[in-house]
Design a protein. Structure first.
Length: 483
């Protein structure tokens, strides 16, 4: 169930918010009485369009109520009297109350960490025999997320495990996949009651969370940052179009070494890899394709019989885009052209390797001299200092850095004077689609390739690896126009 959190100041606003929650597709509402001034519970509850979970969260557990406990429990009993369907009582302040027809939920919150004794605490909560136990914690990394998923899957009685913050987003979305009773969502962005809470619209539209079940196949994107990623939009729309019971979510990953445990606990079928983990993941996989072995960077992983199979689709996606542009610009391909690759991360490494394989004359530049020089020597290509980029005399320029990516869209990794009319220029950044780097290049008359083109091409290769078939052409065309 998707529970929309109603946290308004007036009773009239609460009634309107509940109606909006129903319109958006929520299954029930959490009425946060601690946010209300002079709550008129009979008025609110008599107008409820959905079942209501009544909560009066105290400040000592992340809420707004700062009064006497007897008053707080009196408000909960009043909610039960006037028709609340469920009532939330904090484990650390638990005492019996007159539930009437309401069902009891016992809750525990930690906004800073995932406590070492969480599992033991949850068992103590279950001994009170509530309808279900609710625990909400802040995972400090994906090792904590894997632990929370395991608790959700293996707990011996009904439970709702809420993982807060950006790291916890996958469990908020996929709660039903791992046996969760409900997930909480804001009615609209900016009204979140806990860190990382998604909106009802996102859960219903983007993730189709109302139809997730224990057979749903799970994919995702691994990186840091990942909030900007358009991959969930693309892959979830493809899954929906093809009638597949599959979802694609974002994983903010601090420590790639913890990925195997996360794959195991969440039964992942595959994942994309983005900044800054492509090289680390290449060293984690059990098997790798020729490109991964050649460049030492993986952006695609499939899981087969528990084994991680690494691939690199950045390279074919980029090479196709650059080759097509080179033919349009000069009526011939990449062969023999001078190509400048900016950056020394996973995507730059792959593109430089691929350009060399296509017999381009490759030059690498990186702000960190040592790292850039080392990559150039490893790949057997030339290196130019960042302050001397013009010396590369490039005909092709590829930005493999993250400079210019949302939110710092007014930045470019290079000065506009570097660009000339007789150039092909590609930016691997795709949020925003038209970066300052590309605007400057096009203003100089260069042929610009945006990151969306490369992104969609490599996504098509990823889908083929995971599902054995390409993304339908009409979907790719539609995304190219929409993103």
């Amino acid at each position: 169930m998707i529970c929309a959190v109603v946290r308004t100041e007036t009773s009239e606003q609460a009634v309107s918010a509940m109606a909006e929650a129903k319109r958006l597709g929520a299954d029930l509402c959490e009425l946060r009485i601690d946010y209300l001034r002079n709550p008129d519970l009979p008025k609110i509850l008599s107008a409820k369009p959905l079942p209501v979970l009544a909560t009066v969260r105290p400040k000592w557990e992340g809420g707004q109520f700062d009064g006497d406990e007897s008053v707080r429990f009196g408000l909960l009993e009043d909610a039960c009297l006037h028709g609340a369907d469920y009532v939330d009582v904090e484990f650390r302040a638990y005492k019996d109350l007159k539930l009437r027809d309401a069902k009891l939920i016992v809750s525990y919150h930690d906004f800073e960490k995932t406590p070492e004794d969480l599992e033991a605490t949850a068992l103590k909560m279950a001994s009170l025999e509530p309808l279900f136990v609710k625990v909400a914690c802040q995972p400090r990394g994906i090792a904590d997320l894997a632990r929370l998923v395991r608790l959700q899957k293996t707990f011996p009685s009904p439970i709702a495990v809420i993982a807060m913050g950006e790291v916890g987003e996958p469990l908020r979305v996929l709660y039903a996949r791992y046996g969760g009773r409900l997930t909480f969502a804001s009615i609209q962005a900016g009204q979140e009651s806990a860190p990382g809470q998604l909106s009802v619209e996102d859960l219903v539209r983007l993730y189709q969370a109302k139809t997730i079940d224990d057979e749903t196949e799970v994919y995702g994107v691994v990186g840091d940052p990942v909030a900007h990623s358009k991959s969930p939009v693309v892959f979830n729309d493809v899954f929906k179009h093809l009638g597949m019971n599959a979802r694609y979510v974002r994983f903010k990953v601090d420590d790639p070494a913890a990925l195997p445990a996360l794959v195991r606990e969440m039964d992942l079928r595959g994942f994309s890899v983005t900044i800054p983990h492509k090289q680390a993941v290449a060293g984690l996989v059990d098997e790798a394709d020729d490109i991964v072995r050649g460049v030492g960077a993986a952006n695609t992983v499939s899981v087969k019989d528990g084994r991680l199979i690494g691939a690199n689709t950045d390279l074919p996606g980029a090479m196709e885009a650059i080759q097509d542009a080179a033919v349009r610009k000069w009526s011939h391909g990449i062969y023999g052209m001078r190509a400048l690759v900016l950056g020394a991360g996973g995507v730059s490494r792959a593109i430089a390797w691929g350009l060399k394989r296509e017999a381009a004359r490759v030059v690498i530049a990186n702000r960190s001299f040592e790292r850039g020089k080392a990559l150039a020597e490893e790949l057997g290509v030339d290196f130019v200092r960042w302050e001397s980029l013009a010396d590369a005399r490039a005909q092709i320029i590829v930005n493999g850095t993250s400079v210019g990516m949302t939110p710092k869209t007014d930045e470019s990794p290079v000065d506009a004077s570097l660009f000339k009319k007789d150039m092909v220029v590609m930016d691997t950044v795709y949020t925003p689609r038209s970066t300052k780097f590309l605007k400057d290049a096009r203003a100089a008359g260069a042929l610009g390739i945006d990151g969306v083109e490369m992104f969609l091409r490599q996504a098509n290769h990823q889908f083929r690896i995971w599902r054995g078939r390409p993304i339908p052409t009409e979907i790719l065309k539609e995304f190219s126009q929409r993103l």
